[in-house]
Every structure is written in C-alpha cells, then in structure tokens.
Design a protein around this ligand. Structure first.
Ligand code: GLY
Length: 295
C-alpha cells in the first residue's frame, strides 16, 4: 500500500491526567477522553488547524468535572482555585499561557488568544485583565471546583494534534494541586516542562508531579529524544531522567511523521487517540493499549 499523502494524514491524542483512577470510574474517564478526542478530530477531519483541534479537545476536558482542569479544579491551601494552561504552535513556536487564574471558564482559550502576543505567560490578575480584553469567558470560582473529595493530586489534561497541513500543536490545562501554596505554578503552562511543539520534531503534553517535571524539563528532554528516536524509545529515555528526582508522570506524543505514542509511571493515565489510519479508542493505562506501533 502506498504511503498516505500529507493531506490525507492527521493524528490526535488527548489525556485526562496521570493519577489513580478509583475502581468503577474507568469508563467515565475513557468516555470523557473520547468525547474530547471527537471534538478535536472533527476539526482535523474537516481540514482545520491543529491549534483549533487542541483548543476544541481541551475545552471539552475543561468542561468535564471528571478531570482536574476547568470545572474539575481543586483547592489550594487557602481553599481557592488557581488554574494554569498553555498552548504551543509547532509551525511558529508561538506559545500562549496563563497561570494562577481564578475565574476563567476556559483557560486554554485565553492561552490561545495569547499566541500572537509577545508575552508567553501572564499570571493572576494580569491574565484575567487580558482575558477581559479578548473575549474570555468568566465564571464564579465556586463553579470551577470539583465536587467530592479534594485529593486528586496533580492530574491535568492535554492534547497534541497533527493537521492535514503538517502543523503540530500541543496544549495542557490544569486545575492545580490540592493543598498547594497559593500562587504556586506547576509545569502545565511552562514550555519545555508541561508541553512543547515543533513541526520539525513533534508535539508533547505532560501530566504529573509539576515540580519534578520542571526540575527535569521533561517536555524538552522528550523533544530532544524525538530528534533521533521513535516516540516509544524517546519516552523511555525521558522517563529515565525523571527517575533522578522521583515523582510521577504521564506523557503523550505525536512525532513529525504522525506516529502516536504515550506512557506513564502513575497508576493510571486516561488517554484517547485517533489518526487517519486508526479509529478512535480510549484507555486508562498503557497496558490496555497493546499495540506497539500506534501510528
Ligand atoms: N502537572 C500539574 C501540576 O503539577 O500543576
């Protein structure tokens, strides 16, 4: 069979966070990831941009209280909600990010509105002022808090997409870390830590213990591996660096050739992926996704 032409090729992967999924909640995690994947996949199948697919998928995850982002956020030590998100365009290397925001309904959309701007990352009131000036959607902080026990660790959501034009984008969004210091910013909005995208190499989005991912610049390590290795070995090499500082991680990847892969050191990591050559499927751990070659 001949290789698909670039215009026939697209791929997308989403994640719902590196964490323990309580028994009985596996299917709502698979279903939530599949719904978000579908939102992004529809953009790609119609010939739309990878950036728009990532925003569509992450918005769906931010809307789903199953996941710690947007509506499923957790409380910091002061009982407040603080959200972080970023998106990166692999064509231009533009990055937009917001951090420690308390009233944004969809941090990923405000991060996307930052892409043409010079600053890479705005925090707190400055980010919310930017959102007000650029049509951001606001809500009461209480509307963002997860119902039920607030012990959901560092889970985060994310998406990487490759569009029919060969452009790659990556996005990450989090509802924070339970009981963390007010003003703490994790890896999610930091390029090279919680995400990265470069059309020449690939795109990645990470979840896990933010301080460990920052100390090891894990997204940057993964991108460096992708320059010479297929996604699976590149993930393995990046995780060997994480072992030096400890902590859990989940990583999703699409390389420049459109190959998808993912792995995690956490107990679970809900993921869904699809491409022009593979139907949409969802999993709660890598062992469920038995295929070695996910392209
Ligand atoms: N990985 C999300 C965080 O640590 O904030």
């Amino acid at each position: 069979m001949s290789e698909p032409s670039r215009r026939d090729r697209w791929a997308i992967i989403v994640h719902g966070g590196a964490k323990d999924i309580p028994p009985g909640q596996e299917q709502i995690h698979r279903d939530g990831c599949l719904a978000a994947l579908g939102a992004g996949q529809a953009v790609l199948e119609a010939g739309g941009r990878a950036l728009d697919a990532v925003v569509a998928a992450v918005r769906a995850l931010e809307d789903d209280p199953t996941f710690n982002a947007g509506r499923g956020a957790v409380r910091n030590a002061r009982g407040e909600v603080e959200l972080d998100a970023a998106i990166m365009d692999g064509q231009t290397l533009a990055v937009g990010g917001v951090a420690a925001v308390k009233t944004l309904r969809h941090p990923i959309s405000v991060a996307a509105a930052m892409l043409p701007e010079v600053p890479v990352l705005l925090v707190g009131e400055g980010a919310e002022a930017f959102a007000r000036a650029h049509g951001g959607e606001f809500c009461a902080p209480a509307d963002l808090l997860a119902a039920g026990p607030d012990d959901r660790g560092c889970d985060t959501v994310g998406c990487v997409a490759l569009d029919r034009h060969g452009n790659i984008a990556a996005g990450t969004s989090t509802g924070g870390l339970s009981g963390c210091h007010p003003g703490r910013v994790g890896d999610s909005p930091l390029p090279g830590c919680g995400l990265y995208a470069d059309n020449a190499v690939g795109g990645v989005s990470l979840s896990g213990d933010g301080e460990s991912l920052i100390r090891t610049t894990l997204a940057a390590r993964l991108m460096q591996g992708l320059e010479t290795l297929p996604p699976g070995p590149a993930i393995e090499t990046a995780l060997s660096h994480l072992a030096r500082v400890g902590g859990e991680a989940g990583l999703i990847v699409i390389d420049a050739a459109g190959r998808i892969d993912w792995d995690h050191t956490s107990a679970q990591f809900a993921v869904a992926h699809a491409s022009a050559s593979q139907p949409a499927r969802a999993f709660v751990n890598r062992a469920e996704d038995a295929r070695k070659d996910l392209a």
